[in-house]
Structure formats: C-alpha cells, structure tokens
Design a protein around this ligand. Structure first.
Ligand code: PRT
Ligand code: ZN
Length: 296
C-alpha cells in the first residue's frame, strides 16, 4: 500500500496499558497532540504528523505495510506478529522504558515442575501461540498449544489446559488463580518500530527530526546532572566514582586556589550511596538535578 499523504503517521494504542505513556513520550518530544474530530486519528499541530489510534494488535500490520511509518507497541505483540510473516518489514528502533512485562509459562501451584521436559505432551493455553511454539521448539519439546484470546489464566481451572503461557507484570493475576511462574518465554516492553517501506524525502526529514527528539527524551530518562565542589587532589577519585561519566567539566572556583567545581551528566542512576562515597572522597556542596532535554 502506498504511504498516505505528506504527513507522517504514528500508530499508537487507542486505549489500554500503553496509550497514556505513548502519548506522554510524544508530548515530551515536543509534539502538540490535538484530539481529533474522529476517534481514529489525532493531529499534531506543530509537526506534519498524524497519530493513528488503534488496537495494539493492529499496529505491527500498519507499520509493516507502510500505512504508518512508525508505531509504538509491545515487543510481545510485535514478535508474535513477526513469527507469522515470512519477511520482516519493520525495524525496532528503540526500547521505550515502559510497558514492562514478561511472557511466562505458569503451572498450578504445588505441581511438580522440575524443568521444561515436564511440559512434554501437556496442553498449554496461550494468546501467544507462535512465541510459545518457537520456545517449545528451541527446548526440543512437543506439547499441545491451546489458543485462547483472553482469560488464559482460567484454563487450568476449566480443565482446558494443564499449563498457561501469559503476560505477567506484578504476578498477582497468576497468584489469584493459584498459578506460579516456571519459565520465561520473552521479556517485553514497549518499543518504537519503523516501517521498511520507502519514505519520501519530506517525510524522511520529519522522521529524522522526530527520532532525534525521541532520542533526546530517552537519553534523559535516568540521567542526572550532578554538581559539586572538590579540592584538586580529589578530582581523579571523584571522577572514578561518578556513574556513567567519562570527562566531567572542571571549573576553577574564584578566590579558592586549588578548589574546583565539577559538573557532569551521569547516564546511570545516582544512589545515596554514591553521594556518601563522593563526600568521603572530598566532595562538598553536592547537587543532583533532573535533566529536561538533551541533544547529543
Ligand atoms: O484493546 P487492545 O487490543 O489495544 O489492548 P489489549 O487489551 O490487547 O492490551 P493491554 O492494553 O492490556 O496491553 C497492552 C500491552 O501492555 C501488552 O501487549 C504488553 O506489551 C503490555 N503489558 C504490560 C501488559 C501487562 N503489562 C499485563 N500485565 N499486557 C497485559 N497484561 C495483563 C496480562 O495479560 C494478565 O492478564 O495483565 C495481567 C497480569 O498482570 P499482573 O500484574 O497481575 O501480573
Ligand atoms: Zn490487543
């Protein structure tokens, strides 16, 4: 299908676990999202971009077929889709840091389970038959995959299957159904995905701009700006303590010869323990600040 119009299309989940975070990410990237006249699209008024608001299951198809140039979808949905297609027609650009969950095999609590061989010949209920089938094949196990579109966790109680393979985040659904996780089939989170269908030049420029901004948002997640004062002889030790920092800025302090201000962007979490270590090494007046935007 040819790409439609001169505007970029980004498919996001209309309503569900990913929709709020998907919109937030795009807003943080500077997109002003208008609520549309219809429910299927939302226009971005400061970029040539339209959002397509759809069910998450439709997002891989839209992106693979080039109806949307970009999409935000769970890796679980994307990989299940990809296993059903001969060729991949999209690229995963970046994990987005939300929608974390795992596709897990679970057994009734108290059941004897001591390894994947226990699944041989068993019935396993799942909404992810391809991912489960591929995992079983990698383990060299033959089992019966029972496809269910929802309420998978009820299968053992209903006598439909002995095991289930379902998404888990907190684990409370499994627990409430007297099930316990036994294997992890896939770790998942929301990802940004891009079509492999050709994009014309004008759209490509908009796409490059969008990606640079999303990169900037992702780069600031977990990053902090840290400032402190320190005597010259402590600078080397302090730099070694700072997480994810190679070359901090070192600025002389007026009126205090031999003392410097040290500024750096930490790409990793700064824990209280790190601050104690910095103080021990000779740092004082330590400040840790959030970073709002960043462009490399
Ligand atoms: O209507 P639409 O088709 O768009 O939405 P949906 O109902 O298919 O999906 P939705 O909104 O439930 O989930 C969208 C995506 O969020 C999934 O594809 C995953 O990538 C991600 N995600 C993250 C989850 C969970 N966490 C999650 N816990 N998706 C589903 N669950 C369900 C799971 O299936 C189980 O029923 O939550 C239950 C388990 O949760 P815990 O916390 O009890 O373990
Ligand atoms: Zn869905």
């Amino acid at each position: 299908m040819p790409s439609n119009g001169a505007r970029l299309h980004i498919a996001i989940q209309k309503s569900g676990r990913l929709s709020r975070y998907s919109r937030e990410l795009l807003r943080e990237a500077g997109l002003r999202i208008q609520s549309g006249k219809n429910d299927l699209t939302a226009r971005v008024d400061n970029f040539p971009i339209d959002l397509m608001l759809v069910r998450d299951d439709d997002i891989p198809t839209f992106v693979a077929d080039g109806v949307c140039e970009f999409g935000i979808v769970g890796r679980n949905v994307l990989e299940e889709f990809a296993l059903g297609r001969k060729e991949e027609r999209f690229d995963v650009i970046a994990p987005l840091g939300f929608g974390h969950c795992a596709l897990k095999l679970a057994a009734p609590r108290g059941a004897d389970y001591d390894g994947a061989q226990c699944l041989a010949g068993q019935r396993i209920a799942t909404s992810y038959p391809r991912l489960l089938g591929a995992w079983l094949e990698r383990q060299g196990i033959e089992a019966r995959v029972v496809r269910m579109s929802g309420a998978v966790e009820l299968a053992p109680r209903l006598g439909i299957a002995g095991f289930v393979c379902d998404l888990v985040s907190t684990g409370s659904t499994l627990e409430a159904n007297n099930l316990a996780p036994v294997e992890t089939v896939l770790e998942s989170e929301a990802v940004l995905v891009r079509t492999r269908m050709p994009i014309d030049e004008a759209k490509q420029r908009a796409a490059d701009n969008l990606l640079k901004r999303i990169d900037g948002v992702l780069a600031t997640q977990g990053s902090k700006y840290i400032m402190m004062n320190a005597p010259e002889d402590a600078l080397a030790e302090i730099t070694a303590i700072l997480p994810g920092v190679e070359a901090p800025s070192v600025i002389p302090l007026a009126g205090r010869p031999g003392h410097f201000a040290l500024h750096a962007v930490c790409q990793e979490t700064v824990f209280w323990e790190t601050l104690h270590d910095l103080k021990q090494a000779g740092a004082s007046a330590i400040l840790v600040l959030p970073i709002e935007k960043m462009m490399q």
